[in-house]
Write a protein that binds this ligand. Structure first.
Ligand code: PNS
Length: 160
C-alpha cells in the first residue's frame, strides 16, 4: 500500500486542493491530507475545523484520510511510513518556494519523494489567501471553494 501525504495549511480547502487530491488518488492507494497546525499563523479556521471541512469535501472519495501535524513534515512522514509528499503546482511562481522546500525535505529525510502535480488550469489562479480576502470583503467564494467550505465561511461571517 503506497501512502502519500498531501501537506498544507488548507485555510481554507479550495477546489484547487480538491483537484490535486483527486489527482494524487490516481497515483497512490491512500492519501493523507496533512493539515499543518501552524501555531505561528493566525488561521481563519482552527486545525480541527479545517480537518472537518476537508473530510466533508472529500467524503465522495475513497482512500482519503485527514490528520494534523505540528513540527517537521518529514518527521510525520517517517512516523506514518509515507512514500511521497504531494504538492500542487499552479504556476511557475510557485516553483521557487516548492523547489527549496522539496530540497530541504530530501536532505532531512531522503526516503520520501516529493511529487509535484499540476493543477487544472481553471484552478491555477485560486489560492486560500485569495479566498480569505474575497470572504473578508463579502465577495462570492462559491466559484473557489466546495459547498461545505462556503457554508462554513458564511456561518463564520454571521458570528463575526
Ligand atoms: O499550504 P502551505 O502553507 O503552502 O503549506 C506549507 C507546509 C505546511 C507544507 C510547509 O510549511 C511545512 O511543511 N511546514 C512544516 C515545517 C517543515 O517541515 N519545514 C521544513 C520544510 S521547508
Amino acid at each position: 500500500m503506497a501512502l502519500a501525504l498531501y501537506p498544507g495549511t488548507f485555510d481554507p480547502f479550495t477546489y484547487g486542493h480538491l483537484d490535486i487530491l483527486e489527482r494524487a488518488l490516481r497515483l497512490f492507494d491512500e492519501v493523507e491530507v496533512t493539515v499543518a497546525v501552524n501555531a505561528g499563523k493566525a488561521p481563519l479556521f482552527s486545525a480541527e475545523e479545517r480537518c472537518e471541512l476537508i473530510r466533508a469535501c472529500a467524503d465522495h472519495l475513497g482512500g482519503v484520510r485527514v490528520a494534523t501535524f505540528e513540527g517537521l513534515l518529514v518527521d510525520h512522514a517517517r512516523q506514518t511510513g509515507a512514500a511521497a509528499l504531494v504538492r500542487g503546482l499552479r504556476q511557475v511562481s510557485d516553483f521557487d518556494y516548492e523547489f527549496r522546500m522539496a530540497f530541504a525535505n530530501r536532505k532531512l529525510y531522503p526516503d520520501v519523494e516529493t511529487v509535484f502535480l499540476m493543477t487544472s488550469e481553471e484552478y491555477a489562479l485560486i489560492s486560500a489567501s485569495i479566498v480569505r480576502d474575497v470572504h473578508r470583503w463579502q465577495g462570492d467564494v462559491s466559484l473557489f471553494v466546495p459547498p461545505p467550505v462556503e457554508r462554513a465561511l458564511r456561518e463564520k461571517r454571521m458570528v463575526e
